[in-house]
Unconditional design. Structure first.
Length: 235
């Protein structure tokens, strides 16, 4: 049964990638509700509208300005939870870096924790076609710096491939989260752990995007560390 699932996909100029992502999802969960929260320019929005008209169970939330990945996911949560049948909510990237086949791993473990993170840094995980410098910086930030700062017992604080049960998603919508971009991934994990929710990880295959350029750069990661310190010691 997959009609109790919603999959939130934040999108920024990913019209070339979205059809590939949706195709992969449908092979695994044909009846899951897919909600794309789109901050793209008008040209890209038109492409997505054209694609969506041919799809069943796919909804697009168009936002006028780029307001951050984290806020896009929360807007998707709000829409998904309007449907009382939805009991589990995924978030995943629009750029094909997250393999839809791994949805099966999440679903097998869905009752084992309140939030399950698809980790790039477990021994069984695989990373494909990522530049060595980007990989090094990401592992440094996740496995060393953020782990020392938050100590949540997880390996990957910044990967946006996650499964939440309904209670967990509702909790995140009911509290104040200060970050709007990808750092909200760390903030939400930290707040959930503090509130007594359980976190778990599964290994995934992570592949660098096929089309377009990443909206997150190495300098952004280090700038975000300042925000991480605020999450831990200020908010």
């Amino acid at each position: 049964m997959d009609n109790n699932l919603a999959i939130i996909i934040p999108s920024y100029n990913d019209a070339e990638n979205i059809p590939l992502v949706v195709e992969g999802i449908r092979l695994v969960t044909p009846r899951a509700k897919i909600i794309i929260v789109d901050d793209s320019n008008e040209h890209e929005k038109k492409k997505l509208r054209s694609f969506a008209r041919k799809q069943k169970g796919l909804q697009i939330i168009e936002r006028k300005v780029k307001s951050g990945r984290g806020s896009a996911v929360l807007d998707g949560f709000k829409e998904a939870l309007l449907d009382k049948h939805i009991q589990y909510v995924f978030e995943m990237d629009a750029d094909t870096s997250h393999d839809a086949k791994d949805l099966t791993k999440f679903l097998k473990k869905k009752k084992s924790a309140d939030m399950i993170i698809g980790s790039r840094y477990l021994p069984e995980s695989k990373i494909v076609n990522w530049p060595k410098r980007r990989l090094f910086m990401s592992k440094l930030i996740n496995s060393v710096l953020l782990n020392l700062l938050f100590n949540l017992g997880i390996h990957d604080y910044t990967n946006g491939y996650r499964l939440y049960n309904r209670k967990t998603a509702e909790y995140l919508l009911g509290i104040t989260l200060h970050e709007k971009g990808f750092l909200l991934l760390s903030e939400s994990a930290y707040q959930l752990k503090r509130a007594g929710f359980t976190l778990a990880e599964i290994p995934i295959t992570f592949t660098d995007r096929k089309y377009g350029a990443s909206s997150v750069h190495t300098i952004d990661m280090f700038v975000a560390l300042f925000g991480a310190f605020k999450i831990r010691f200020v908010y």
